[in-house]
Design a binder for this molecule. Structure first.
Ligand code: PGA
Length: 254
């Protein structure tokens, strides 16, 4: 049984003050949910403060990126050691990092390995562009991203994977549940090829891309989909709480 996992990717939104208000508005709803692993991923500058706010609860905390070196002359970067002191999770290889900041599969792989050796759990993101989807290259692209991104990682270690078709991110055009389920099934097969069948069976694979309170049940009800990486809708306290509650209710029902 894979425990449902819902993460909020706040992206480059919220000042520290706004982040505090957002967490205050959702914390009591989230605290009462016991069937779902919940992770908030605010901007770096709010991690310290939010860590204090959620201390003693089961709400998890994650960063949105990191460099793969522990320290040194890398102006503007944040290291695994710095994050380890603040949070448990880190989003790596998000399509915005790949597309806007030019991150390659090889760089993302360095980051995944560095996160794991620091004891962080990566939320490793993959997904195809609209052109790749139209050209029926989705399988090829995802296979490459999984094989390159997870290359050389030790067995028996936890990675969370987020499948986010790029054409569905921030567009209001979510994938259809059964289609996402099928693709995530293929991803699980690739994970088995890289990490082994047991690891593939226990790895949580999320769907991401225009998830809302209105469509979460379409995804979470699918057998291969273990949760969601939520962008825009995670910035609205009531909506994010509703997504989490619905995910808990569906996965808890027989
Ligand atoms: P969205 O973003 O929910 O706003 O589409 C998802 C993501 O990029 O993680």
């Amino acid at each position: 049984m894979r425990r449902p996992f819902i993460a909020g990717n706040w992206k480059m939104n919220t000042t520290v003050e706004e982040a505090v208000s957002l967490v205050s508005a959702m914390a009591s709803d989230l605290r009462s949910e016991t069937a779902v692993d919940i992770v908030l991923c605010p901007p770096f500058v709010s991690l310290y403060k939010i860590r204090e706010m959620i201390a003693g609860t089961s709400i998890g905390l994650g960063a949105q990126n990191m460099y793969f070196k522990d320290k040194g002359a890398f102006t503007g970067e944040v290291s695994p050691l710095m994050l380890k002191a603040l949070c448990r999770y880190v989003i790596l290889g998000h399509s915005e990092r790949r597309q806007i900041f030019g991150e390659t599969d090889a760089l993302v792989n360095e980051k995944v390995k560095a996160a794991l050796s620091a004891g962080l759990t990566p939320i490793f993101c993959i997904g195809e562009t609209l052109e790749e989807n139209d050209a029926a290259k989705t399988g090829e692209v995802l296979t490459r991203q999984v094989r390159e991104g997870l290359k050389g990682i030790p067995a028996g270690i936890e990675v969370v994977i987020a499948y986010e078709p790029i054409w569905a991110i921030g567009t209001g055009r979510a994938a259809a549940g059964p289609q996402a389920d099928k693709t995530i099934g293929l991803i699980r097969t690739e994970v088995a090829a890289v990490l082994g069948a047991d690891a593939a069976e226990s790895t949580r694979i999320l769907y991401g891309g225009s998830v809302t309170a209105a469509n979460i049940t379409e995804f979470i009800g699918q057998p291969q989909i273990d949760g969601a990486l939520v962008g825009g809708a995670s910035l609205k306290a009531a909506e994010f709480s509703s997504i989490v509650k619905q995910a808990g209710a569906i996965k808890a029902s027989p």
